[in-house]
Design a protein around this ligand. Structure first.
Ligand SMILES: C[S@@+](CC[C@H](N)C(=O)[O-])C[C@H]1O[C@@H](n2cnc3c(N)ncnc32)[C@H](O)[C@@H]1O
Length: 214
């Protein structure tokens, strides 16, 4: 995979050299430029630094990204899948403006202003994908994650969801919330391959890497 680990940090090779997407550090190494991937700004970076190892992202992977925001994490996936495509779904018009600007500099990002709870609205725009990534911080995030996987995930594809306990219930213990969300996912025909807590980067968050059960 196109992810580089050094001295406790991770980085991706910059697809649009000289251009920063957020406040990330750029490192030049010969002809290549790398973007340091900040785990406090991206839950995928936090999961990778905390040991996520089974994620399959190739340079030609197709990704459906739910909750793209302004494109912080999307931009690193765009570096990794330089010959692939990221369908980046976001329902905030304010974030979408930045995401559209990002997609103008990177031709492997397709921004979609849409509500991820209504995947049928983008059914004719999105093809089958290798990865469904979900980071919407919503109460019904597991449900919308599974609805999207049911429609768009290839048979041998993977899903990755980050769950923020407080978005689901502010009173319940995170451990119980994570257990209940895992149960829902398993009951709906998916297996959980890895469970990665995101501390110290994000409090009371977990990431689940999933695939279809056979
Ligand atoms: C935690 S932020 C995502 C950060 C982003 N994934 C990153 O790492 O750069 C959650 C985003 O999900 C978006 N969102 C929440 N519910 C959504 C929905 N139903 N459909 C589409 N986007 C949604 C929010 O507007 C927000 O931008």
């Amino acid at each position: 995979m196109n992810i580089f680990y050094k001295d406790g940090e991770i980085a991706t090779r910059n697809l649009s050299q000289g251009i920063r997407v957020y406040d990330e550090r750029l490192i030049q190494d010969g002809a290549e430029e790398y973007r340091i991937w900040n785990p406090r700004r991206s839950k995928l970076a936090a999961a990778l630094l905390n040991g996520l190892e089974g994620l399959e992202l190739n340079n030609d992977s197709k990704v459906l990204y739910l909750g793209a925001s302004t494109g912080t994490t999307v931009s690193h996936i765009s570096d990794i899948c330089d010959d692939g495509l990221i369908y980046a779904v976001e329902f905030s018009p304010v974030s979408m403006k930045k995401l559209v600007r990002l997609s103008q500099k990177r031709n492997n990002i397709m921004p979609l202003l849409a509500d991820a709870t209504k995947p049928k609205y983008y059914l004719n725009k999105v093809e089958k994908v290798d990865l469904v990534y979900c980071d919407v911080a919503q109460e019904k995030q597991s449900e919308l994650f599974m609805d999207n996987m049911d429609l768009f995930l290839k048979e041998d594809g993977q899903g990755l969801i980050t769950i923020k306990a407080r978005s689901i219930d502010v009173i319940q213990k995170p451990k119980k919330i994570f257990k209940d969300e895992a149960k829902k996912i398993k009951e709906n025909g998916y297996s959980i391959l890895e469970k990665i807590k995101l501390e110290p980067y994000e409090k009371d968050h977990i990431a689940f890497l999933v695939e279809k059960s056979f």
